[in-house]
Design a protein around this ligand. Sequence first.
Ligand SMILES: C[S@@+](CC[C@H](N)C(=O)[O-])C[C@H]1O[C@@H](n2cnc3c(N)ncnc32)[C@H](O)[C@@H]1O
Length: 207
Amino acid sequence: MLNSKGFDLWADGYDKSVDLSEEANEYPFAGYKKVLGTIYDIIKSENGKKILDVGFGTGILSKKLYDGGCSICGIDFSPKMIEIARQKMPNATLIRHDFTQGMPAFPSDETFDFIVWTYAIHHLDHSQKIRLIKESADLLSAGGKVLIGDVAFETINEMEKCKAQCGSNWDNDEIYPVLEVLKSVFPSAQFTKISFCSGVLSFTKRA
Ligand SMILES: C[S@@+](CC[C@H](N)C(=O)[O-])C[C@H]1O[C@@H](n2cnc3c(N)ncnc32)[C@H](O)[C@@H]1O
């Protein structure tokens, strides 16, 4: 698993390496643009204004939302990723924070219309994921959603098929979200398949 220094080193070449994997329709980034586009379309169609982007990286998704008039708050632990994103979004609130420690403390009345995790939540193990999805859902405004776009699957069986297809390219350090697994904790979670290895998961505020 990469630490913040590893992401610092990847930061300058990140967009290019994602593009190459995406264009070749290869794991892990096959469907990347459609994953981000699907999330963007949901936010726009539901008139989301206040967005929290967790693990925003170089800000590919949040910059588009920022340009579209959304207010952006972001969390990332890589100073280099933060520097790149800050140049693109000078008025965004970008917080340096390690999300393995949980969500940062926000003022008690602070809420977000959408909280997005794109290609970031796979850095958490299963119990950390559950904790962070719950903590994210607790930060939502009424009617808000947590949207996770990632290497993701509807069932364990589908993930195993993809893993077999990827062979030695499969990254055993990454723990991908699977709807079937998360449904036991979040029964109303939904999944949209985007490519053979990617999808978008959606969670609503807890009652
Ligand atoms: C693969 S990149 C995804 C970037 C962007 N969201 C995207 O869709 O292209 C993962 C990002 O999550 C950040 N990240 C990984 N682990 C983290 C952690 N424990 N706390 C905070 N940020 C983390 C990395 O620094 C990196 O910017």
